[in-house]
Design a binder for this molecule. Structure first.
Ligand code: S3P
Length: 431
């Protein structure tokens, strides 16, 4: 079990490139495997989670080769919508909710059955949210108590539905849209709010007919997907740790190149700016159908605010690092409407509340959020990651603002999304 040790350092400075986007890396593998012919995915995120998706499709007969130089390029030999074969064993999704939920959508349309398992964390996460719509479309899915994994998915005769999702979730939306590829006619998903839209952008780019009307996305089934030639943009959610670090450590100045700035993902930028952050978005351009930019981050004192509503969804994965930044702000930050955070890789409300309390922040845990009374510096502490990559990295950033040594135990989980995180942090501390 790895441990990260963080000691108080001076200002952070330097230039980094955001690591490749995790959500888009998963989707690239899935769509390329279902396309007719050879795809090239440049700047693929070779981290544990997306590699679970790669392995799953290899188990279903898809040839995928990895070329690792400075970045990773995947060559994927897609066999079309009906080209998969029954997996040669159980598919282990590891820690990856995206792998499990999106795969269920694909498996719903297959003429074979498959069993999906995951690690201790994934085995506790709710799957009923995909089981209900996919079953309504014709799949047969069995689960453990309360809809938890392992799951067995047997494809059925699929019929299109118009599904009104009770939860704004890109994983739910994507699972239904992927299952919709196996239906005659139009399948649609209506969300209570707009979740990240990478799947619909990428399906559109692959030549599938996609219609977006307000909060409803529709897909026309039985299309032939064109192979992809694409470059994965940088991950805003990984850049977020360094955005926050640059903002909270006095005297810091950081440039982060190649950051995905899809508006469904960048709520943290708006929140930090409302708190007083100095962040400039420069050189906006498009990479493979996604908006990308460079970010110029400078230290500025933050003041607590109230956060809720749609901003939470657009910063859903940034809750842990936002909590860390809020604990270093003057005044009080109140985050509400964030109940979903209870069912992520860990109960992120509880994980962050416990960790930041240990570091001396004033914390009140709410059913659907948290109240944080910030302070100028935190106290060094020995902290748990709770097996959650984003909690581990957020605690590491909070640890920069203590006088002493902060330890984050069980930090291997960082490799699910951001191998090289500590090295990148060290580079910014030395330059
Ligand atoms: C993701 C969607 C979000 C996000 C997760 C990745 C995706 O989950 O939290 O880290 O790639 O679709 P939900 O769909 O459960 O909100």
């Amino acid at each position: 079990m790895n441990v990260i040790k963080i000691t108080n350092k001076d200002a952070l400075s330097g230039e980094i490139a955001a690591p490749p986007d995790k959500s888009i890396s998963h989707r690239a593998v899935i769509l390329a495997a279902l396309a007719d012919g050879k795809s090239s995915i440049k700047n693929f995120l070779a981290a544990e989670d997306p590699l679970r998706t790669v392995e799953a499709f290899r188990q279903m007969g898809i040839e995928i080769t990895e070329h690792r130089t400075q970045n990773t390029e995947l060559i994927i030999h897609g066999k079309g919508l009906m080209g998969l074969t029954a997996p040669n064993g159980v598919i282990d999704c590891g820690n990856s909710g995206t792998t499990m939920r999106l795969l269920c959508g694909v498996l719903a349309g297959q003429p074979f059955s498959a069993t999906l398992t995951g690690d201790a964390s994934l085995s506790k996460r709710p799957m009923q949210r995909i089981i209900a719509p996919l079953t309504g479309m014709g799949a047969k899915i069995t689960s453990q108590a309360k809809g938890c994994p392992p799951l067995n998915v047997a494809g059925g005769r699929m019929k299109p539905i118009s599904y009104k999702s009770p939860v704004a979730s890109a994983q739910v939306k994507s699972a239904i849209l992927l299952a919709g590829l196996y239906c005659d006619g139009i399948t649609s998903v209506l969300e209570p709010d707009r979740s990240r839209d990478h799947t619909e952008r990428m399906l559109g780019a692959a030549g599938v007919e996609i219609r977006i009307k307000n909060l409803e996305v529709s897909v026309k089934g039985r299309a032939h997907l064109k192979p992809l030639t694409m470059t994965v943009p940088g991950d805003f959610s990984s850049a977020a740790f360094f955005i926050a670090a640059g903002v909270v450590v006095p005297g810091s100045e950081i440039f982060i190149r190649n950051v995905g700035v899809n508006p469904t993902r960048t709520g943290l930028l708006e929140i930090l700016k409302l708190m007083g952050a100095r962040i400039e978005v420069k050189n906006e351009h498009e990479v493979s159908g996604e908006p990308v930019a460079d970010l110029h981050i400078r230290y500025a004192p933050l003041t607590g605010i109230a956060v809720g509503g749609g901003l939470i969804l657009r910063a859903i994965d940034e809750f842990p690092i936002l909590c860390a930044a809020a604990s270093l702000s003057s005044g009080t930050t109140t985050i509400k409407g964030a109940r979903e955070l209870r069912v992520k890789e860990s109960d992120r409300i509880k994980s962050m509340a416990e960790g930041l309390k240990k570091m001396g922040a004033g914390i009140e845990e709410l059913e659907d959020g948290i109240i944080i009374h910030g302070r100028e510096r935190l106290l060094p502490a020995a902290l748990q990651s709770y097996g959650d990559h984003r909690v581990a990295m957020s605690m590491a950033i909070a640890g920069l603002m203590t006088q002493g040594e902060t330890i984050i135990e069980d930090s291997d989980c960082i490799n699910t999304s951001f191998p090289g995180f500590t090295e990148m942090l060290n580079r910014l501390q030395k330059s």
